[in-house]
Design a protein around this ligand. Structure first.
Ligand SMILES: NC(=O)c1ccc[n+]([C@@H]2O[C@H](COP(=O)([O-])OP(=O)(O)OC[C@H]3O[C@@H](n4cnc5c(N)ncnc54)[C@H](OP(=O)(O)O)[C@@H]3O)[C@@H](O)[C@H]2O)c1
Length: 207
């Protein structure tokens, strides 16, 4: 029996690219187990997972979504494929780490990208967070210069925001709650060719 068949962690990261690996390293740093899944068979990235730490469990998407808290670390365009993995996400907390940079506001129906993701994950509690740090920064120990690196957390569900805030603290970050997805959450969401104001202070726009 492979490691992926006999273990399911309470936490999962879907996507094991730049951001998925950086998040996995944060879990490994604190000795907290987490499942990781991609589009591929777990054997194909098992050595990368093992290199990060023994608590990083390579698994399939179907197994990973059995976790209670699921980090979505795929490209924004891939979120509907991940959402198909379960008929309902009731009882699950999804942490949306995606940046819908370059996706037109029309394509999002004028909504914040996290609202679009929330609707795809029917019944789930959506928390937008951990997305404002570049992968190379997120990858590092958040204890820096005598302080702790900040992560922003926004949700329409106060309980879920508190849950992910507490997890962020366990991972060594300093969480800042921004309120709901359509208000504070917009500060950390890319919109079309603009970044949220808390991603880049001066709301940089690329044409
Ligand atoms: N890179 C950054 O600095 C940064 C910073 C903040 C936020 N973000 C956001 O974080 C997300 C991930 O970025 P990244 O740079 O880590 O991307 P990436 O390196 O391209 O990794 C994407 C990962 O998602 C997996 N994936 C795609 N579709 C999937 C599906 N249907 N089921 C399961 N796994 C799937 C891919 O699997 P395979 O390996 O099998 O292809 C890959 O492991 C994006 O939304 C990005 O905007 C990125």
């Amino acid at each position: 029996m492979s490691k992926s068949e006999n273990k399911v962690a309470g936490y999962a990261i879907i996507g094991f690219g730049n951001i998925g690996k950086a998040l996995a390293r944060a879990f490994a740093r604190k000795g907290i187990e987490v499942s990781v899944a991609t589009t591929r068979e777990p054997e194909s990235f098992a050595s990368d997972a093992a290199a990060i730490g023994p608590g990083i469990i390579p698994t399939t998407l179907a197994e990973a979504v059995r976790a209670d808290v699921i980090f979505l670390a795929v490209r924004f365009e891939s979120h509907p494929d991940v959402a198909k993995a379960l008929p309902t996400w009731q009882g699950k907390t999804i942490v949306d780490v995606t940046n819908a940079y370059g996706v037109s506001p029309e394509k999002l129906g004028g909504q914040p990208s996290a609202k679009v993701v929330e609707q795809a994950f029917t019944g789930g509690k959506l928390v937008k967070g951990f997305n404002h740090l570049g992968a190379a920064i997120l990858d590092q120990d958040p204890a820096v210069h005598g302080g702790r690196r900040v992560v922003f957390v926004a949700s329409d569900d106060d309980g879920a925001a508190a849950e992910i805030g507490a997890l962020a603290e366990k991972l060594g970050f300093s969480p800042i709650k921004l309120g709901g997805l359509s208000e504070g959450g917009l500060l950390v969401q890319a919109c079309g060719n603009s970044w949220g104001q808390l991603i880049f202070k001066d709301l940089v726009k690329f044409d």
